[in-house]
Design a protein around this ligand. Structure first.
Ligand code: ZN
Length: 156
């Protein structure tokens, strides 16, 4: 069958940035499975998968606007280091801040911490190398839950 809304699609992928640096891959792990048409994967890749079928191999270049979004300067903010109390704060650290998602420490300087609330892949052009390994219809249970269940049943 072709990939259409509510198909369960399983695929292997390698994800690189524009410079060809590997960012993530499913090779060496189980292939990735998702419910098509539900926004579980970045929109640009979901569009590329539409209408394809098992065995298809393709490359897709996804611009930031259809990936993890453009880099938003407004999500950069500076906070006083003493707000962190006794906690050690270092460049590259990530932490959850309430409903605002994940923040990454970009810089610690002069008693101030520069925080970045952008997704780590915001502003990055995504290059996918995809191989579709399975396409099937979702079960009624999967459709009512809005996600994919494993071959041996329910794990959550
Ligand atoms: Zn479920």
């Amino acid at each position: 069958m072709q990939i259409t809304k509510n198909a369960v699609v399983t695929f292997h992928y390698a994800l690189s940035n524009e410079d060809g640096q590997l960012l993530d891959t499913s090779h060496g792990h189980e292939p990735f499975a998702y419910l098509h048409g539900t926004g579980m994967i970045v929109p640009g890749l979901e569009e590329e998968l539409e209408g394809r079928q098992v065995g298809d191999k393709f490359k897709a270049v996804v611009p930031p606007a259809k990936g993890y979004g453009d880099f938003n300067m407004q999500l950069l903010q500076q906070v006083p280091l003493d707000k962190f109390g006794e906690q050690t704060v270092e460049t590259g650290m990530q932490f959850q801040a309430g409903q605002h998602g994940i923040f990454t420490v970009k810089e610690v300087k002069d008693g101030k911490v520069l925080l970045d609330g952008n997704h780590p892949l915001a502003g990055v052009t995504l290059k996918f190398d995809v191989e579709i390994t399975n396409v099937r219809e979702a079960t009624p249970e999967e459709l009512s839950h809005g996600h994919v269940h494993g071959e041996d049943g329910h794990h959550h």
